[in-house]
Design a protein around this ligand. Sequence first.
Ligand SMILES: Cc1cc2nc3c(=O)[nH]c(=O)nc-3n(C[C@H](O)[C@H](O)[C@H](O)COP(=O)(O)OP(=O)(O)OC[C@H]3O[C@@H](n4cnc5c(N)ncnc54)[C@H](O)[C@@H]3O)c2cc1C
Length: 489
Amino acid sequence: MNFYDVIIIGGGVVGCMTARALSRYTLSVLLIEKESDIGMGASSANSAIIHSGEDPMPGTLKAEMNRLANPMWDQLSAELGIPFKRTGAYIVALDEPCGCLDALQERARENGVSTEMISADEMMKREPRVNPATAGALYTPTAGMVDPFAACLAPLENAVMNGVTVMTETAFIDFIKEGNRILGIKTSRGDFACRWVVNAAGLYSDEVMHKAGVRPDFKITPRKGEYYILDKSEIQIDNILFPVPTEVSKGILVLGSTHGNILVGPNSQSTPEKENRAVTQMGLAEIWAGSQRLVPSIAPRSIIAVFAGLRATGNAHALNVDYSHDFVIEIPKEVHGLVNLGGIESPGLTSAPAIAQRVVDLLKDAGEKLVEKKNFNPIRPERPRFNHLSHDEQAALVAKDPRYGRMICRCEMITEGEIVAEIHSPLPAKTYDAIKRRTWLGTGRCLGSFDMPRVVAILSQELGVSPLEITKKGAGSEFLVRLTKDVEA
Ligand SMILES: Cc1cc2nc3c(=O)[nH]c(=O)nc-3n(C[C@H](O)[C@H](O)[C@H](O)COP(=O)(O)OP(=O)(O)OC[C@H]3O[C@@H](n4cnc5c(N)ncnc54)[C@H](O)[C@@H]3O)c2cc1C
């Protein structure tokens, strides 16, 4: 049985940031992910905001992690090449006096977050597309936008460069225990021995902790959030626009993205199903109505895609205890060898680097002697992005490798060279969606109808497998069912 000092269950942003934080030390670390790629859960289906931290209730772990993590993103972005823009955000009061924002400003003050109240005129000046019925806004200058998939990929790639092992298509099944001590885990790809397990399983974190005998009353009840993506050529908004938040949600937003598209959403619907990310007619109608309230000029013809994400909301109704307002970040007493992370809903993307640091601190507090590696390298080199280069740089790249001269995705201008580089990267892209998440190929108005057959051919050639084996997102999502007569001949 292979042995690791630490095994991380789950390759979302929390698991990936934790892997990178641990890779700084002389520990052997394995990260397992049940899906065909990392970042296929909540971490790449969200609003992609690095929150300033005005919203969480003061005194909660959410407020603390958000406050600690927000300033970390500049350095993370610089070291790891994660697209990040510190744009600031506006919580816009509509049809109601600006006084409704006073309580939020006070909460921000308690959370140590700087804010500025701005008038309706100033709001219209800064974002002329906002509903003219605005009564003003609360501006939080430290909020920003991030590429949410790069926020998973880049730290984990850096962790791999620093010695971490990653296994995808590997599902945690159970713990191997002796008494109340964890000795390892059983997975769909065999057993592994270890001293520590980090539960970063997102929506399934409740099931993982129950198998360890921890918090039997804790239950994740997903809350679905639906979105529209708008074509970037239609309308430009570089801001993050929130309505005034409610008890359970920050409301339906209109916001730009690091990639230039505009997002509209999310709503917040409780659902018993952990795998159901389908959008609904009712949900889409709700987010459209919300977006029209904030920015009435958005037109339906701008819509190019829809998606939904599931928040890992924790509840413990059985004991009449409600965890839904906070993260669980702990080394539980009931069992030795578990770092337990649960209920990591929003602001979990923002907080991930601080949660990762807290995992390191908890291990130290538990007596783990963490020795820093002499050769830890914090830098993850970025791969060339053809459409970000000058003409001269593009010409030089094509001269070096002609595959950078073959355009595969015409909407987003992604070349064969970029696709091949992702297939052979430290965390190899083996499916169509894995390439899409890494390059943004297929995210323009044609939604991949031009590039898809070409990407299947490139994947088949580079991986040395039949095109019939190429999938969209893992087993069961194959594109092709049989070879045609022409190919057989
Ligand atoms: C609609 C919506 C909007 C949001 N907006 C924001 C925002 O703007 N800003 C912000 O800060 N946060 C936001 N969040 C919250 C944020 O996305 C999450 O808190 C964060 O992504 C959680 O990361 P994670 O790694 O804990 O979970 P996940 O990304 O879900 O990762 C968990 C991983 O564990 C894997 N896994 C599960 N079970 C097993 C098993 N048995 N074996 C192996 N692997 C397993 C899963 O496949 C998954 O990849 C939003 C969330 C949603 C849903």
